[in-house]
Design a protein around this ligand. Structure first.
Ligand SMILES: *Cc1c(COP(=O)(O)O)cnc(C)c1O
Length: 446
């Protein structure tokens, strides 16, 4: 791990399970890696995913009336949170420059988390492929037809399976069930009880493991591979999941433009994304890099107990990195981020694009949740609050200051900056669980 020390002791702090910022030494200017990146995921691939979601919009609108307003597109608001920004500054005793926004994927329709992007996209693509291959559908059809009983019967012959800590299972489960697929969700020990119950209420078969996420994924994959009529949504390497997430970038650009927010060399965009296996933040960040290039800076945030994407990239061992091999153990409250090994696709494709990764302690997540609830009256689940550790961390850590200096982010540019904390889940939290979280205080170790 020579390279990943990067002139500071952040890896030492990661291994000591301390909150820190790791700056990615492999990041390169976009033009030097553009060709190779596009070979893996091109602008055309992302545009294709966007068109597919448009084709499905009439179906989604018909099955999920909550998407009526957006015409069947699943999209979340971009909301400025200046009261939260003040609260964070007080809480962390830092002064932040620029404006802080919340990208509210916590409130996405249907699944109530960022997984409503990638997870739902992959299920839709699978359904489309099956229907077209079997001569039941053409690309020019009105896809609201897919809500007819004939299709439910057809999809009922097929199974969709997925490994999940909760939210991915909810997005895959709810959309697959709406199409008529049989669904099996393999859930890790970190998964919350209420998420299991909600899934079962949709007719989803939930299989529980007393082990971590990597195990649930491995078992699900094995189970699915044994059945030729079963499709496995593979969170550790799926390109379709990635593309579904990447579509977020162009939609965000539309929202920034609409709100008159300038993003250019003098007005940088700095985005903080909670990362589990890396798929969701990876897809979103990659999409943003394709649009904004070097003027967007993408940071991931991971729990101190699960810095898997960080270690995958830092060691360049990619999916072979496992937090347990570094002596990092423990059950995190950040169920959505509890992945011991990262995505093979994302650790590779983000190696040259990621700015760095903040780590955050569990107790902090509840504090952020309380601050957001009190200042803005917005509910985001603990995992989804991880992004705030980045927004304050950029103004706290010495190596963050060095990163800014090296990237020409002087005080003027930071004052003009737009910071986006990506809120990733929360809408479906039952009221009593929300109250329990709001009253959870963890004593920090060391
Ligand atoms: C899944 C999830 C993430 C991170 O997505 P990955 O693809 O696992 O990196 C972040 N927050 C929440 C609430 C999630 O459910």
């Amino acid at each position: 791990m020579k390279n990943c020390y990067n002139n500071d002791n952040s890896i030492g702090e990661v291994l000591a399970k301390k909150e820190t910022l790791w700056i990615n030494p492999y990041k390169m200017p976009i033009e030097t890696v553009d060709g190779l990146s596009q070979l893996a995921v091109s602008d055309g691939d992302i545009a294709d995913a966007e068109k597919r979601l448009q084709r499905f919009a009439p179906f989604i609108k018909k099955c999920f009336p909550e998407t009526e307003e957006t015409g069947g597109l699943i999209e979340s608001p971009l909301h400025e949170i200046n009261k939260m920004q003040l609260a964070l500054q007080n809480y962390a005793d830092v002064r932040m420059s620029g404006r802080l926004f919340l990208k509210m994927d916590s409130h996405l329709a249907i699944a109530g988390s960022v997984k409503a992007r990638g997870g739902i996209y992959e299920v839709l693509k699978h359904a489309e492929t099956l229907a077209i291959e079997n001569g039941l559908l053409t690309y020019n059809d009105d896809y609201s037809r897919l809500a007819e009983p004939e299709f439910k019967e057809f999809f009922g012959k097929y199974t969709v399976q997925v490994g999940s800590t909760g939210n991915l299972g909810m997005s895959i489960g709810i959309m697959s069930a709406a199409l008529g697929f049989k669904v099996k969700v393999h859930m890790s020990a970190d998964a919350k009880q209420w998420k299991k119950e909600l899934l079962r209420s949709h007719g989803v078969e939930v299989i529980e493991y007393q082990d971590d996420y990597s195990k649930a994924v491995a078992e699900g994959r094995k189970n699915s591979d044994a059945d030729p009529k079963s499709h496995f949504v593979d969170d550790e390497k799926s390109l379709d999941l990635f593309l579904g997430y990447a579509v977020a970038a162009k939609r965000l650009k539309g929202q920034l433009d609409e709100q008159g927010i300038i993003v250019d060399e003098d007005h940088p965009l700095i985005v903080y994304l909670p990362a589990g296996v890396g798929g969701a933040p990876g897809g979103v960040a990659y999409g943003l890099k394709r649009i904004y290039g070097d003027v967007v800076h993408c940071f991931f945030v991971e729990p101190t107990l699960y810095p898997s994407v960080l270690l995958g990239i830092a060691t360049q061992k990619f999916e072979k990195a496992n937090v347990h091999d570094f002596g990092i153990h423990g059950l995190t409250a950040a169920d959505g981020l509890a992945c011991a090994s990262p995505s093979s696709l994302v650790t590779r494709i983000m190696t040259n694009h990621l700015s760095g990764t903040f780590t955050v302690a569990d107790g902090r997540l509840y504090d952020y949740m309380r601050l957001l609830d009190a200042s803005e009256n917005i509910t985001v689940e603990p995992s989804g609050c991880a992004a705030f550790a980045g927004a304050v961390g950029l103004f706290k850590y010495e190596n963050a200051k060095r990163y800014c200096a090296e990237h020409g982010l002087d005080e003027t540019k930071l004052t003009n900056a737009t910071h986006i904390a990506w809120a990733t889940g929360g809408k479906l939290l039952p009221e009593e669980i929300k109250n329990e979280y709001l009253n959870t205080y963890l004593v920090e170790e060391g």
